[in-house]
Design a protein around this ligand. Structure first.
Ligand code: ATP
Length: 309
């Protein structure tokens, strides 16, 4: 064990799925995926400090919708799981500063879980080996391992079996944040329902080679041509107003746009930083979203930014 710290703050990124290929539902209710994750520069911060008992607080946009009950909050569940692994009490106060939209298709809860694991591991001096931490992440949720690792990765299985992907340079993104969230399970159910209704039998999900090449080459135009999200039709079915957001981004000069994961956040790829700023300004002015944020990806995974006694 290393020497314990008194307060630890971890910064953890949001993600966009540049490709999300969804297979049919499995016997366990999950779907097999080919999930190409890219971490982007919208972050939550998770701070861990010693306490008599496990407690969570949360501030920032949408924080009223984050459950603070330790059995429901993903950061608290992460702390409990890590403490159990080491046979100690999860005596920690966790504070989440949210900037990732809640229920926004950007893995906000997963980010908080990964952030809490790293923050508690540092606070408690438990020095959990990385492979063990990744196992805990996968137990907590399909997207949690990627939140720890960041960068770009292909997720197989239900998204938790990760292979890192090479990326050249940075891609410029704009995220149109929506009012209210969408439930990820509800969007998967709608995807299954629409496929059943149309008699569609999805093929085994596979990553698109041209998309992986575009990431490796840092080619925004090639990436724009290959962006794909099998959940987009379902998200649009549940939230038809997203069509206007996607149209507004295209009209503002984005190279391409898509729904981020299960939505309702919409993601737009831009040529460069200036184009991204223009697309963000147009989206904000257009009134089809709550806010628009320009940023870049890939971003680093969960990172300790402050640790002191
Ligand atoms: P994903 O992109 O991984 O499908 P999401 O980004 O759409 O997920 P989240 O922000 O992770 O959605 O929230 C999903 C639900 O998880 C919320 O509605 C909330 O009830 C619950 N939740 C539990 N803990 C947290 C947390 N720490 N932060 C946000 N949501 C949490």
């Amino acid at each position: 064990m290393g020497s314990p710290a008194q307060v630890v703050t971890v910064r953890v990124p949001a993600k966009v799925n540049v490709q999300l290929a969804v297979g049919p539902p499995r016997a366990d209710g999950f779907h097999d995926l080919a999930n190409v994750f890219l971490a982007v520069g919208i972050h939550d911060h998770v701070t861990a400090a010693p306490a008599d008992a496990l407690a969570v607080t949360c501030a920032g946009p949408g924080s009223d919708d984050v459950p603070l009950d330790p059995e429901a909050n993903l950061a608290a569940r992460a702390a409990t799981l890590l403490a159990a692994l080491h046979g100690i009490e999860p005596a920690v106060r966790l504070h989440i500063d949210k900037d990732i939209p809640v229920a926004g298709g950007m893995a906000g809860g997963s980010a908080d879980a990964a952030g809490a694991l790293l923050a508690c591991d540092t606070l408690w001096g438990t020095a959990t080996p990385r492979p063990e931490l990744l196992k805990l992440c996968a137990e907590l949720g399909s997207d949690v391992p990627f939140s720890l690792v960041g960068g770009a990765a292909l997720g197989r299985g239900r998204g938790e079996l990760l292979t890192g992907l090479p990326v050249s340079g940075a891609f410029h993104w704009v995220f149109a944040l929506a009012e209210g969230g969408l439930s990820t399970p509800a969007v998967y159910r709608e995807c299954d329902r629409l496929r059943d209704a149309e008699g569609v039998h999805p093929p085994r999900p596979e990553p698109t080679p041209a998309l992986l090449d575009a990431l490796r080459d840092g080619d925004a135009h090639a990436l724009a041509a290959t962006l794909a999200n099998d959940l987009e039709t379902a998200a649009l079915s549940l939230r038809p107003s997203l069509a206007a957001t996607l149209a507004a981004g295209a009209e503002a000069g984005a190279l391409a746009g898509l729904v981020s994961g299960s939505g309702p956040t919409c993601a737009f790829l831009a040529e460069d930083a200036d184009a991204a700023a223009r697309v963000a300004a147009a989206l904000r002015a257009g009134g089809t979203c709550r806010d628009a944020r320009a940023t870049t990806g890939p971003a680093a995974g969960a990172t300790t930014i402050e640790s002191h006694a």
